[in-house]
Write a protein that binds this ligand. Sequence first.
Ligand code: HEC
Ligand code: HEC
Ligand code: HEC
Ligand code: HEC
Length: 153
Amino acid sequence: MMSKKLVCFMFSLVFAVVFAATGIYAGTEVADVFKMETKEYATRTKGLVEFTHKKHVEDYGIKCGDCHHDDKGKALDLKAGDNVQRCVECHKETEKAPKGEKLKKNEKIAKYHKEALHANCIDCHKDFNKEKGYKGKDPKAAPQSCASCHPKK
Ligand code: HEC
Ligand code: HEC
Ligand code: HEC
Ligand code: HEC
């Protein structure tokens, strides 16, 4: 027979573990699917893109670090529940580029939020479609055209 004391101790242990686990999750939860609506944009010209975060990780097998990196651009080694910074915290500019601004591609990406997101999302989709041989409007293709990501407003 287990002593009452031992049973009591085991119960509190279970509760402690459960609370610790949910505690870790609380601040860092990410929805399975969400609309990309970076609130820093003062004006918007396009419809909101729906992003299947969970599918990208679980079904498409993409590593966290292919999208989330540190302040040097180095891929982060993350696991579910870890905290990340929002893209706009580093790729800060949400205004349109002024006329005549001349930047190299990597400079544009570093500066403009839209350029960073497009480079991340669209470049991977292009590579994927090329590798699979998907052309144009193939329903299995990952979205590359403006309208296939941004619904009509
Ligand atoms: C295909 C790209 C991609 C992959 C893979 C990916 N994420 Fe994300 N994740 C994003 C984007 C984009 C956002 C939205 C960021 C923003 O709003 O600036 C995001 C948001 C998040 C957020 C919420 C951030 C917040 O403050 O709102 C967390 C937490 C997160 N991701 C963790 C992870 C972890 C952990 C993994 C791996 C298991 C992962 N992500 C894999 C692209 C990705
Ligand atoms: C902590 C700051 C920081 C955050 C947060 C951040 N980036 Fe970056 N990102 C950088 C830096 C620094 C570089 C490197 C710039 C260079 O090489 O000139 C970079 C480079 C990139 C590049 C070009 C290189 C590559 O990896 O293809 C893309 C695309 C990119 N970021 C997209 C994103 C996306 C999407 C998010 C959000 C999911 C994000 N970044 C969040 C700092 C950040
Ligand atoms: C490293 C590769 C990679 C990155 C980065 C990536 N995707 Fe994808 N995405 C895929 C693949 C692969 C598919 C299609 C898989 C298939 O159809 O079998 C896909 C499919 C999609 C689809 C259509 C199917 C669905 O799940 O809704 C949308 C929309 C999409 N991605 C949006 C985005 C957005 C927005 C971003 C950037 C925040 C992004 N993706 C970043 C690889 C990527
Ligand atoms: C793979 C999906 C994808 C494709 C394809 C795509 N975009 Fe985007 N675009 C995004 C994401 C994600 C954002 C960031 C939105 C946010 O975080 O609020 C964005 C932001 C923008 C913004 C800034 C916000 C706004 O509404 O003014 C513009 C402009 C834009 N995209 C135009 C385009 C154009 C033009 C094309 C075609 C050449 C295109 N996009 C193709 C995913 C995509």
